[in-house]
Write a protein that binds this ligand. Sequence first.
Ligand code: ADE
Length: 433
Amino acid sequence: MTQTQTHTPTKSALPRHDVRDLALAPEGKKRIEWADKDMPVLRAIRERFAKEKPLAGYRMAACLHITTETANLLRALQAGGAEIVACASNPLSTQDDNAASLVKDFGISVYAIKGEDRDTYFRHMNAALDIKPNVTMDDGCDLVSLLHGERKDLAGNIVASMEETTTGVIRLKAMEQQGILKFPAVAVNDAMCKHFFDNRYGTGQSTLDGVIRATDHLIAGKTVVVAGYGYCGKGVASRARGLGGHVVVTEIDPIKAIEAVMDGFQVMSMHEAAAKGDIFITVTGNIHVIREEHFRLMKDGALVCNSGHFDVELDLVALARIATKTHKGLREFVDGYTLPSGHTVMVLGEGRLINLAAAHGHPASVMDMSFAVQALATEWALKNKAGLKPQVYNVPAEIDAWVAKLKLQSMAVNIDTLTPEQVKYLSSHDMGT
Ligand code: ADE
């Protein structure tokens, strides 16, 4: 991984920051504005927030992928009156031009450098927490985790915390169940307008985009093994099939496995799939889904990558241990490992989210819905803070419905409304044939 330079925060009018190079800002600004064109729902929220200032007086720390879509979320929160600091939620997902523009053009404090090492990653999170936030926003629960450990002195200030991912919600619910969660958290991921679209269509498209950008390989005719058939897995499997791949799904959940079978995919164990696959993509949210015994069976040139939240799904420590030779940087985002069989397995993006490491993550149009939910859930939590307890809350259904309605409007799609007769029918029990 690229080592980072450290940047002393400037004493100019710029907010505190640690980014790769402020000279990259003009390109970042163009790309932020480009993404904004495809985020009409978030834009409407930004315009309302600018008038109503519902977040005025709050300090927010956001640990998110520092992409152009996130930039537009941060702009909306800033328009709402919040003081914001952002840090990376993954060492490889930061877009450096975008980070520079957030600091230079939008006056937002950012701590994020693509390729930052582990120490820098944690230093950046700590720098974000140094503003003593009242609200946090996480993509994977890392800030919340720090606020329950090393920085627990700051937990008492937190009014509410927003969580973007399936993985983060699982962590929060585990904390809630163990009775250790110190403040209210909102499961943004679980809103329909988030996981239904972002996890499926966003992960589906951006994952294949990452594999293709990293390798320039053709998908048509390849056997693509997708581990996990949750919303992300469904998206990846369907997009891989759309590009002409023969898709194999592996699962541990019998119901999801049947769903994959009935969706027309081949389902088998990873042990069986290991020798068949040309491309392996993990999206399970679990640890060591592809292990030593699987790597040993793989074809020469097999591509292996992950699009689940953390870089634990591939057992890369085992792979490095059994490899007779490693080939770092065969091209950007590709490392080769030659195995005792003589076959070389190619690992993409160091086993980190391939859609954000080698590509630009989910397209703006789908992040529009996810981040509209984030912004509105934040407003809701602050409005209702007096009644919230240290537990995990779902996003109110009205927020989901509003986001869906506005998204449809932005697409110029009309839908029907119930007639009075239909309303009556749906609320009655005595009308049959
Ligand atoms: N997660 C996946 N894609 C993303 C994007 N484009 N921006 C922020 N977070 C993301």
